[in-house]
Write a protein that binds this ligand. Structure first.
Ligand code: PLP
Length: 394
């Protein structure tokens, strides 16, 4: 292309945030840095041999359809396996209402496409999942943010904002939220349902981490309290492997129809071979046993991080105590700047994500996301000690 020509990009791309975390990770990849900045599941726990065996079985069979185009909704037996997993948690979901997507991230894009006109209100948590802020930003919504408390979304403010802005969607992560690690109490779940019931809107419940619980009790999905108005997003990224990009949406029939059209336009269907491979893995192996291994490991890592924080950090630094997932959240004393702490921490060879990208329209925040799934308890101990040193300099 002639370099003097400025490409004329569509207006919808203006102001869509670039992934700040990718920029941060560039600094954090150096091998002498202990990084709590990533957001990845621990690759040492991937079921590599089992998947290898399933792939061999599929490729050595005679079913040439494994390499053929397939239907948009997804491989029905895989959707049935997903429905059966919901049933075990007490949630009745029909396979007909499940659409297999290219990760739950695609679910966010498709929901944005079918529901959000420019200027429509979309309610999100503050801090919120960066990938959802990015995905919805393409559709130019007005983000309505509601802060999180220790028990989940702030119910009083949510009610106020629901009344004032009438959002089309409320995007919520009730289990071990990214970035905060916070979970909604049963009372908060009930209250969210009570606020939303009967309004012309959907709650989008994103639950990539719900299975990775290492302490406390399983709590019912929002769909349990508000079945007609909840759209569920799920994924195998954290429980099997993220590279497969195997996610799904559970939605009522009329929403499914629109989602299928949007999905057809986007990519016809999700990778069929991988759907078959995942289906075989779920049929041949006990994924719950595998999830128990992941949960135990992450639980030990989280405990190592919380214990080290307790030991080394000044008491003025607050932190969440997650019962699952991959993250915890620090709040520095009022007026302290997380980005400044990041620069000091990098000199100490430890990295995390400053809170900034998890807010809409806020900078200079005093919060930080720490990931514990990819470091050993020993590395966590050293990293937190170094971070405590940086905090003292700040
Ligand atoms: C809250 C949340 N939603 C969605 C995703 C995207 O997951 P997937 O790999 O299924 O696209 C992530 C990934 O980290 C996440 O944290």
């Amino acid at each position: 292309m002639n370099e003097t020509i400025e490409p004329q990009f569509a207006r919808r791309m203006a102001g869509v945030p670039r992934s700040f975390i990718r920029e941060i990770l560039k600094v954090a990849v150096s091998p002498d840095v202990i990084s709590f900045a990533g957001g990845l599941p621990n690759k040492n726990l991937f079921p590599l041999e089992e998947l290898h065996e399933c792939a061999d079985l599929l490729m050595s069979g005679s079913d040439r359809n494994i390499l053929q185009y397939a239907n948009t909704e997804g491989y029905l037996p895989l959707r049935e396996q997903i429905a059966a997993r919901y049933a075990r948690k007490g949630l009745t979901v029909s396979a007909e209402n499940i659409l297999i997507t290219n990760g739950s991230q695609q679910g966010l894009d498709l929901l944005g496409k079918i529901f959000v006109n420019e200027g429509d209100a979309v309610l999100i948590e503050e801090p919120g999942y960066l990938g959802a802020i990015q995905a919805f930003s393409i559709f130019k919504p007005e983000f309505v943010t509601v802060p999180l408390t220790a028990d989940g979304i702030d119910i009083r403010l949510m009610k106020q904002k629901m009344d004032a802005f009438c959002p089309r969607l409320a995007y919520l992560i009730p289990n071990f939220q990214n970035p905060s690690g916070i979970s909604y109490s049963a009372e908060t779940r009930q209250a969210v349902a009570d606020i939303c019931r009967g309004k012309n809107m959907f709650v989008v419940e994103d639950d990539p981490y719900g299975d990775i619980r290492f302490s406390g009790e399983h709590l019912p999905s929002l769909a349990h309290y508000l079945p007609e108005q909840t759209i569920l997003l799920g994924t195998f990224s954290k429980t099997v492997v993220p590279s497969f990009r195997m996610g799904w949406i559970v939605a009522p029939h009329e929403v499914m129809e629109r989602l299928v059209i949007a999905k057809q336009a986007a990519d016809l269907h999700t990778d069929y071979f991988t759907q078959r491979l995942l289906h075989l893995y779920l049929a041949e192996y006990d994924i719950d046993e595998h999830i128990a291994v992941i949960s135990k490991a992450y639980g030990e890592q989280a405990t190592a991080m919380m214990d080290a924080i307790e030991r080394y950090f000044p008491k003025e630094v607050h932190y969440t105590r997650p019962e699952g997932g991959m993250f915890l959240w620090l709040t520095l004393p009022e007026g302290k700047n997380a980005m400044e702490l990041f620069n000091l921490a990098i000199r100490e060879k430890v990295a995390f994500v400053p809170g900034n990208p998890f807010y809409v329209g806020k900078t200079d925040v005093n919060t930080c996301r720490l990931n514990f799934s990819c470091s050993t308890p020993a590395e966590i101990e050293v990293g937190i000690r170094k971070l405590a040193g940086a905090i003292k300099q700040l």
